[in-house]
Design a protein around this ligand. Structure first.
Ligand code: ADP
Ligand code: AMP
Length: 218
């Protein structure tokens, strides 16, 4: 399966991507996670990305396309892209990368959720400093406050999940990423998912949709 998860920050893409990637045995490629890891490791890429991420802006297309291209070249059979593409230029670059190896996307799942819900989700999100796992203080709390269930790491609130940056990220989403809804509608790849429900409900509906994609591929 070659999948893209599209939607505003905080829509629940990463949460669902973990189980979908495991179910279909494909790598979960989150450009946000890759950039944060580069930053943790203090690489030139991470330091360059930080200026943009801290302000809620998009990292330049050539930088992000470069890391995704390298990653896709290193894998052979399917993927789940989460948080990429985020601009029409990135989507065109992805089409070109896939065309080089005669591949195309199977589905683009659009996580449709209203802004109030997204703001609530982002303000309650807590992230593990060590393994990057995500929690929510109300919807998905860890067993022990402030401690990651998976690795025992320390949970923190991402700087870009603070209210002033969230506002900027949503404006950037509306301006630069939302046009991809039409881009993929025109390619007949868009599958709209009502993403405002609980994690379990969204997950069940998502699996149903992806089973249909699998079936239609025969
Ligand atoms: P994205 O990857 O789209 O930015 P996340 O998957 O990190 O979003 O989810 C954002 C926050 O909302 C996290 O704190 C997550 O635990 C929580 N969350 C995800 N899906 C749901 C849901 N269906 N209902 C309530 N909270 C959710
Ligand atoms: P995310 O974890 O997906 O919310 O991404 C966090 C931040 O990383 C974004 O606000 C951007 O600054 C940067 N980023 C992640 N993916 C991309 C992308 N595809 N294009 C540009 N910037 C990105």
């Amino acid at each position: 399966m070659r999948l893209v998860f599209l939607g505003p920050p905080g829509a629940g893409k990463g949460t669902q991507a973990k189980s979908v990637a495991a179910r279909y045995d494909v790598p979960h490629i989150s450009t946000g996670d890759m950039l944060r890891e580069a930053l943790r490791n203090g690489t030139p890429l991470g330091l360059k990305a930080k200026e943009y991420m801290d302000g809620g802006l998009l990292v330049p297309d050539d930088v992000v396309v470069g890391i995704v291209k390298d990653k896709l070249e290193s894998i052979s059979d399917g993927f789940l892209l989460d948080g990429f593409p985020r601009t029409v230029a990135q989507a065109e670059a992805l089409d070109a990368i896939l065309a080089e190896s005669g591949e195309k996307l199977d589905s683009v799942v659009y996580f449709d959720v209203d802004e109030n819900t997204v703001v609530r989700r982002l303000s309650g999100r807590r992230t593990c400093r060590s393994c990057g796992a995500n929690y929510h203080v109300e919807a998905m709390p860890p067993k022990t406050e402030g401690v990651c269930d998976k690795c025992g790491g320390d949970l923190y609130q991402r700087d870009d999940d603070k209210p002033e940056v969230v506002r900027e990220r949503l404006a950037v989403y509306r301006e630069e990423t939302a046009p991809l809804i039409e881009y993929y509608q025109e390619q007949r790849l868009l599958d709209e998912l009502e993403a405002g429900k609980s994690v379990d409900e969204v997950g069940k509906e998502l699996i149903k949709r992806l089973s249909e994609v699998e079936r239609s591929e025969g």
